[in-house]
Design a protein around this ligand. Sequence first.
Ligand SMILES: [Fe+2]
Ligand SMILES: [Fe+2]
Length: 159
Amino acid sequence: MGKQARAIVDLSLKDLIKDLNKAYCDEWLAYYLYWYMAQAVSGRGYEDMAEFLNKIAKDELEHATELADLIIKLGDMPIANPMEIEKNANSPYMMPPKNTADYNRIIRIVTEAEAGAIDVYNKIAKKTLGKDNVTYQLVTHILAEEVTHEEMFENLLER
Ligand SMILES: [Fe+2]
Ligand SMILES: [Fe+2]
């Protein structure tokens, strides 16, 4: 982003980048968790669950990529050290279930993580509305995908 692009951001760039970096950490944790559960899941119909989890994991990695790109555009850098990822995330890493065939637990973990993500992006969207339209556009795009994720898994629970 050039000088003027940064100058039109009508809020503290430092705070904004901090929020974006925290969300970036959340995305890595979500990606790792979903990817891990996709590898580990067992039991009847495990292939469908693995496919579901892998699909969402891919979206979370894409979100991390989009956030990294925006942080760099804003003139900063995403967190480089993986040891710092959990420390800087909005919520701690949720452990996958020990029982790898416990679908209800998997679904609950995912819906809880998605609910957290919805809150985070909703807050950033409110903060940036009319103040930083580029960030607003990205976070509302991600927010819409998190809403879809929550719904996909909530539907599984209702079955
Ligand atoms: Fe995400
Ligand atoms: Fe998600």
